[in-house]
Design a protein around this ligand. Structure first.
Ligand code: SF4
Length: 271
C-alpha cells in the first residue's frame, strides 16, 4: 500500500486513526474536514481572481480604486462555492453562512493590503497590470501530484512555487500557527513533499513554507538533517504498521479521543 503524505498529520495525532481509516476502511468525513476542503477551494479561487483582476490595474489608479478592482467578482464567487457545498455536500447552511462572512472579511483585509502595496509600487514606477501580477504571483504549480515507488509515497502538493530555478513546496492551512515556527505535523508534511520533489525534479529542496490563512502568515520550514531523519522514521513506522501490523506504542490521551471522529468505533478510545 502506497503511503499518502496527507496521512502524516493524522498519524502524528494518533497512529490508530490512520490505521482505522486505511486498513479497516473506515473513512469518516467530519464537518470540520468538509469545511477545510471548502475553504481550500474558495481560497484557490480567490487567488485566481486576484491574479486576473491585477491585469486591469494601471498607474492612474489610487489605492481605493485598486482595492475595488481586486475585489471584483470575489463575493459572488464565495457565495456560489458555498451554495455548491450546501447543495451537493449537505453542508449546514448556517455554518456555511458563518464561513462566508469570515472569508469575505479576510479577503477584504488581504485585498486592502495588496491594494496599498500595488499603489506604492506603481506610484514609484509605472508598471503594467501583467507585470504587477507577475510580481505578486510567481510561477506556480497548483495541486501537483507526485508518486515515488522507491519511497513508496504519494503526495498532492498545494503549491510548488518556482523562483530563480528553485522549487519550494507550500502547504496552505486554514488555521492558526503556533506562537513560534510551525506545528510538528506541518513540518513533517513539508519535509515529505520536499523528499518527493527532490526525486521528481532532481534538485535539492532546502526550504518549504506553510501559509497559515487564519493569521495571514507564511512560516518557513527548513530541511535540516534532523527533520529529514524524523520524516523518514515516521514513514518507516507507518510502513511497519500497514505492512506488518505493528502499531507503535502509544499513550492514550482522553483529550485527543474526545475530539476524534473514530472514538465510537475505536476500541482504545478513552470515551
Ligand atoms: S479514539 Fe483515541 S485512540 Fe482511538 S483513534 Fe481516536 S485518538 Fe486514537
Amino acid at each position: 500500500m502506497m503511503l499518502n503524505v496527507s496521512s502524516i498529520s493524522e498519524y502524528v495525532y494518533c497512529p490508530l486513526k490512520v490505521y482505522l481509516r486505511q486498513s479497516e476502511g473506515h473513512n469518516i468525513q467530519t464537518p470540520a474536514m468538509l469545511r477545510g476542503r471548502m475553504v481550500h477551494e474558495v481560497r484557490r479561487g480567490f487567488e485566481e481572481l486576484l491574479k486576473r483582476n491585477l491585469w486591469s490595474i494601471n498607474e492612474e489608479m489610487n489605492a481605493k480604486t485598486i482595492f475595488e478592482i481586486l475585489m471584483e467578482d470575489v463575493a459572488e464567487f464565495v457565495d456560489k462555492t458555498l451554495l455548491k457545498y450546501c447543495e451537493k455536500e449537505s453542508m449546514d447552511p448556517k455554518s456555511a453562512e458563518t464561513i462566508s462572512r469570515k472569508l469575505k472579511d479576510d479577503f477584504e483585509v488581504e485585498s486592502w493590503l495588496m491594494a496599498v502595496k500595488v499603489w506604492k509600487i506603481i506610484s514609484n514606477r509605472p508598471k503594467s497590470g501583467s507585470d504587477i501580477a507577475d510580481m505578486f504571483f510567481p510561477p506556480v504549480l497548483l495541486e501537483f501530484t507526485i508518486e515515488n515507488n522507491e519511497l513508496n509515497l504519494r503526495g498532492k502538493i498545494d503549491r510548488i512555487e518556482i523562483m530563480d530555478g528553485y522549487y519550494y513546496p507550500v502547504e496552505v492551512k486554514s488555521g492558526l500557527p503556533p506562537v513560534k515556527g510551525v506545528w510538528k505535523s506541518d513540518s513533517l508534511q513539508i519535509a515529505a513533499y520536499a523528499l518527493l520533489m527532490e526525486e521528481e525534479f532532481n534538485r535539492e529542496v532546502s526550504v518549504g513554507f506553510i501559509d497559515y490563512m487564519g493569521s495571514c502568515q507564511r512560516r518557513p520550514v527548513f530541511m535540516e538533517v534532523n527533520l529529514r531523519e524524523e520524516v523518514l522514521n515516521v514513514l518507516e513506522e507507518m510502513r511497519m504498521m500497514f505492512h506488518e501490523g505493528v502499531v507503535p506504542e502509544m499513550v492514550q490521551n482522553p483529550k485527543k479521543c474526545s475530539k476524534c471522529e473514530y472514538s465510537e468505533i475505536c476500541e482504545y478510545s478513552t470515551n
